[in-house]
Design a protein around this ligand. Structure first.
Ligand code: SAM
Length: 366
């Protein structure tokens, strides 16, 4: 498949992928950053994007006028199609703000299933503001993360330790100067007649607990000097800082958006890089059907994923083409090759109608 950049209302763009391109169950990752029901217009003035939604100047890049229940229904219709397009190992990340986000969460629980809800990620989006308003400053928005099933693609991301993390998490230093921490070698829960409740050096696990591994492995660790014995004879496992790949990524992310965006509400490229690396593989197709300036598509391209972008705004398509052209050609990054497709709303809706009728006929005859 070639990469696709589609200029269309995404309802018809998604129908096109589903019914004309037969792409049911084939997308591994969706990231979308739709309008947030702000009631405003986002503009571009002399090639510079405004970061606020109610600017009176410039050309309108996109409007954000749907509100309340109409906005939720607008999103729901698109999410139903996205669910069909997602593969069994697929995931969806939906970026939204704190005002409408909780309503979107309830609706997404219905579409994707509560069991498939993974995270409500808090994204720190900007520096603290000093606007005069009743209420605390708002520096975050949210990303709702769902998977299609219980076995999604998951390439565990790791975050580098900072110097202060080393001091806090690995407070001890051995004779060679290596930083380390110790952890208990037992865990909650009793096992009966198992290998993890046998005596180790004559000691049994404390009441209500079992050894974290079998006794042979504990003996191995001890021989290799990986067990530290306290003065009272309590054994603990040594964990060296330099053997850890990094710390687990948590659900508060600090990825501030560009200060001088090429497109209104352009998102942070490194954040998209993390999402793509974590929730897709090299042969995956990544889809963003509110692609704006193509931040997702560029990150997908750089990570050697296939991609599909959809946006109805001419400014967005131009910004995306411009952004894809900034990909440097080097050993690891390849120039983006893609088909640009423009779809009229009526044409595909007609096909969609046809598809719906065919499905109905099949149901009736079956
Ligand atoms: C918040 S912006 C996306 C910004 C993007 N994440 C980036 O980093 O540049 C939302 C985009 O959704 C597009 N959009 C809104 N409604 C749409 C629809 N029904 N079909 C296609 N695109 C739509 C707008 O044109 C706008 O470009």
């Amino acid at each position: 498949m070639k990469n696709l950049l589609i200029k269309a209302d995404n309802i018809v763009g998604l129908e096109y992928l589903l019914y004309e391109k037969n792409m049911k169950d084939s997308i591994d990752l969706v990231y979308i950053d739709p309008p947030y029901a702000t009631g405003g217009n986002f503009t571009i003035t002399n090639g510079r994007a405004t970061t606020i939604s109610n600017s009176k100047n410039g050309d309108i890049a996109y409007t954000d006028t749907l509100k309340g229940a109409d906005f939720i229904e607008f999103l729901r219709e698109r999410l139903l199609l996205l669910r069909e397009l997602l593969s069994a190992q697929g995931a969806i990340y939906l970026h939204i703000d704190y005002k409408i986000g909780h309503y979107v969460k309830v609706m997404m629980d219905e579409v994707f299933g509560v069991d498939n809800f993974r995270n409500d990620i808090t994204r720190i989006k900007c520096n603290p503001k000093n606007f005069d308003r009743v209420g605390y400053g708002n520096i975050k928005d949210m990303i709702l993360f769902y998977t299609k099933s219980s076995h999604p693609i998951w390439n565990e991301p790791r975050e580098k330790y900072l110097e202060k993390d080393f001091e806090k998490l690995f407070p001890k230093t051995d004779k060679q100067g290596r930083r380390y921490a110790t952890v208990p070698i037992h865990a909650p829960g009793e096992t009966e007649n198992g290998k993890s409740n046998q005596p180790f050096k004559g000691i049994l696990p404390p009441a209500g607990r079992h050894w974290r591994t079998d006794v042979e492995t504990l003996e191995e660790w001890d021989k290799e000097g990986l067990i530290e014995w306290s003065s009272t004879g309590n054994p603990r496992k040594i964990i060296y800082a330099d053997e850890r790949e990094g710390k687990r990524v948590q659900d508060i992310w600090e990825y501030k958006d560009p200060q001088y965006p090429t497109y209104p509400t352009e998102k942070n490229a490194e954040m998209l890089d993390l999402i793509i690396k974590t929730s897709s593989n090299k042969d995956s197709i990544v889809l963003d059907c509110f692609c704006g300036s193509g931040t997702t598509l560029k990150a997908a391209q750089i990570n050697n994923r296939q991609w599909i972008g959809i946006d109805q705004s001419e400014y967005a398509i131009k910004a995306t083409i411009g952004k894809l052209e900034t990909i440097e050609r080097n050993l690891f990054e390849t120039k983006a090759e893609y088909h640009l497709v423009e779809i009229e709303k009526n044409k595909i809706s007609h096909n969609f109608q046809k598809q719906r009728c065919t499905q109905k006929n099949v149901e009736q005859s079956g």
